[in-house]
Write a protein that binds this ligand. Structure first.
Ligand SMILES: [Zn+2]
Length: 409
């Protein structure tokens, strides 16, 4: 076993142990008494249910990640990567098409093997806690649409990257960087109007108090907004949410129908004010730029490792190829990805607090923001008391009690 294999193996192991530790701490951190801020909002029975929900999901997570760990180790050490490579090479498709087939087979294999887990999560766990609204028909259609979309959007991009690294020499990484960036921007631009409607129905909010209050609020903070959309989130889940998507003329603010049903007009305005806060405080632009920089870093490093023989030896590959190199590099890159991810989440948690403050200040109604957060937590059975280490590893938002506390200061 060479040095590269040892690094990758350690990374996989450390990642597994860190997550397991965080999960265990998180479960131990559960307290049977309800936090004071939630008295009168959470009935004791539902609070117990929320803790049960966390336990069930955590244990299921262990099963899933153990399976995935075994899967990758068995595939790796049984020589799955060179076996597949030899098979693909028998078709003599040339470097680009071979790469697409090689990667396609691996992705399909992964998707098929994770299907039972995903179905169990939706139809057994979510069902048991009253969240699942997905019918088998919707589920199958989602899978098919996802597959077609991945083929249509993913294949040209992957082919271009393979071609650049195959033929463009030392310039390949930054050609790819420019290409991937433009591609990401175009996809983000068309997503709200072309992609998301394939999965959900978006209807402009009907005239009335809610719409007029939202529009006059948007006007008061000088936020250009033509329309607010309602999404049929209830088609899949009883959980509720709101989000902001796209940019320029195609940007959209979207409220789940489930959210509209549960909240007062003031609470909904507070939730949207938070979303608009992300835009006004330039968080959206910031994450876009950071994403582009990360892509650049990754491609730069990829260019330096993709022909390194040690990377191929680690996976028992006798012949080098761009496509296999990309997959192996992704595993080698995992520790950097992990660290960058932690930094990005810390930044995201900070931005969430800023957006909460923005909403409270501009609506002059921090109480509605707090009420909305409380209701959302109760409805979605959120964990009120996550362990700090778990938050550090996994949370993109501060824990709800912390958000309420910052809003009450
Ligand atoms: Zn937010």
């Amino acid at each position: 076993m060479n040095f590269i294999a040892v690094i990758i193996l350690c990374t996989i192991g450390v990642d597994f142990i860190l997550n397991l530790t965080a999960d265990r701490l998180n479960l131990k951190h559960l307290r049977s008494e309800l936090p004071q801020a939630f008295e009168g909002v959470y009935d004791p029975e539902r609070y117990r249910k929320s803790q049960q929900y966390l336990r069930v999901n955590t244990q299921f997570g262990w099963i899933t990640s153990t399976f995935n760990l075994c899967l990758i180790l068995v595939f790796w050490f049984a020589g799955g990567f060179p076996f597949l490579d030899k098979w693909v090479r028998t078709f003599e498709l040339g470097p680009i098409l071979s790469g697409l087939v090689y990667m396609g087979v691996l992705m399909l294999l992964k998707a098929v093997l994770s299907l039972p887990f995903s179905m169990y999560a939706t139809f057994v766990i979510e069902e048991r806690f009253g969240f699942n609204k997905t019918t088998l028909q919707t589920y199958v259609m989602d899978l098919l649409k996802g597959l077609i979309l991945a083929l249509l959007l993913g294949t040209p991009l992957l082919a271009a990257i393979l071609a650049f690294f195959q033929y463009a020499g030392p310039n390949a990484w930054w050609y790819c960087w420019v290409g991937v960036t433009l591609y990401m921007l175009v996809v983000q631009f068309i997503a709200p109007t072309w992609i998301m409607p394939l999965f959900n129905k978006f209807t402009p909010l009907e005239e009335g108090e809610l719409k007029s209050t939202i529009l006059s609020y948007a006007n008061s903070i000088d936020f250009p907004l033509e329309n607010v959309y309602q999404m049929d989130g209830s088609r899949r889940s009883a959980k509720s949410n709101a989000f902001f998507t796209g940019f320029g003329k195609h940007k959209r603010i979207v409220l789940f129908d489930t959210l509209i049903k549960q909240h007062s007009v003031n609470e909904l305005v507070a939730v949207l004010a938070h979303e608009m806060g992300h835009y006004k405080k330039k968080h959206i632009r910031q994450s876009l730029i950071l994403g582009i920089l990360q892509t650049g870093l990754m491609l730069f490093l990829l260019a330096h490792f993709i022909t390194y023989q040690g990377l191929f030896d680690a996976f028992y590959m006798s012949q080098q190829s761009i496509y296999a190199g990309m997959i192996f590099f992704a595993m080698l890159y995992a520790p950097i990805d992990f660290l960058v991810g932690i930094l990005m989440q810390a930044l995201s948690r900070k931005n969430e607090t800023v957006a909460d403050q923005f909403a409270a200040e501009t609506t002059k109604d921090p109480v509605s923001m707090v009420d909305a957060l409380k209701k959302l937590s109760v409805h979605n059975l959120s964990n009120l008391t996550p362990h700090p280490f778990y938050v550090f590893l996994n949370y993109s938002h501060p824990p709800v009690l912390k958000r309420i506390q910052s809003l009450s200061n």
